[in-house]
Design a protein around this ligand. Sequence first.
Ligand code: ATP
Ligand code: MG
Length: 437
Amino acid sequence: MRYKKYFLPTLKDAPSEAEIISHKLMIRSGMVKQSSAGIYSWLPLGFRVLKKIEKIVREEQVKSGAIEILMPTIQSADIWIKSGRYDDYGKEMLRIKDRAGRDMLYGPTNEELVTEIFKSYISSYKDLPKNLFHIQWKFRDEIRPRFGVMRGKEFLMKDNYSFDLNFDAAKESYNNMFRCYLRTFLRLGLTPIALKAESGAIGGNLSHEFQILAQTGESTLYYDKKLENIDPSTADIEQLQKYYAAVDDEHDPKTCPVEKSQLKISKGIEVGHIFYFGTKYSEKLNAFVQTKSGSKIPVEMGSYGIGVSRLVGAIIEAYHDDKGIKWPKQLAPFFVSLINVNINDEKCNQVSEEIYNNLNHTNIDVLYDDRDVSLGVKLSDSDLIGIPFKIIIGPRDIKTNQVQIEERLTGKKFMLSINDAYNYITNEMKVFSNSDN
Ligand code: ATP
Ligand code: MG
């Protein structure tokens, strides 16, 4: 992408209503624009990151056996009346009437709708288990939208729903999603902490929240340091639950099994939440399945949510410095910033174009800064928007065929020949693409 042709409106200052660093940086780097309280447009840079997060979330869902569908944002009130949640949900639900006067709503979650879909097509134990997911916008009329996309009214959620014949199978689905969540967050570069949670409005008796550590989080967490070292691809649920973690109102220093030196206290942001709720919805909405012996029983369900748009802010909370965002490579909107120091220098232009074309051919996302602005502005914009690598092409260096490489995450700077620079970047790209799978 050529910067001059692109749409990347960076700002020097953040608006005063932005309280936390991720919100400030998202606005300053031109990722989002607020359209009204808690509702945002995603500008090109923000949209790219949102899609990268979505892709990782999707891949991990598919790997764990969930099947993608897409349900609408607007739902009929009827099914919510049947489940009993139409009144319970209260003012967070955005209620709408269509032209015929029918009560509709903008979905805050999808248990009812997915149960309706399930029961229309599946009625036998032979077709179980099933696990359906979608990645769709939700609306909750939050009383206090804040922190930018982290607590919005309209937000993107990945939600999935498991359907099983009995409790044991449902528990297995739950544990499977538990592991899937840990893997997902690790792939996003985050340290997930799983905590037993109250299941709240969605209801039920087994629930975990997934929190990531961040100073600006809304919850206080107490946990065993060892949790940070668990490899979820090899860990089982028992092992994961062996280590202590609690939110502050559940933490009691008298009964806490963790030694003081092993106990960590930190703030957390909730990025995911999973629930097992049994037959709560299937009974109310009549989703019954036939067992092997011929009897009909309500299907066992669980639901699982990840805040995809919240993650954009949460990840910035974990990856930034005083210059701006420091994207983990797998999420960066561009992998390389190609900085042409002097657009009036023929050699600089020629080498920049050459590197630009080569990187494009290798499918490496490159932002070519071809603007007629000072080097200082180019460098600080690149730092602000958090691109992992810079290739800097300056008139003096280029006389000896050298370019400078800068790494955003480590701050490392070094000179390489043009050829080695290209190889270095393609190699970095390979290293991180391989580690994804
Ligand atoms: P919270 O306690 O933060 O309000 P919740 O318990 O209401 O979250 P769930 O209903 O479990 O959230 O939704 C699943 C996920 O969706 C949450 O873990 C969170 O990451 C995300 N989420 C929920 N509400 C919002 C919101 N207002 N803005 C952005 N993301 C949200
Ligand atoms: Mg909520």
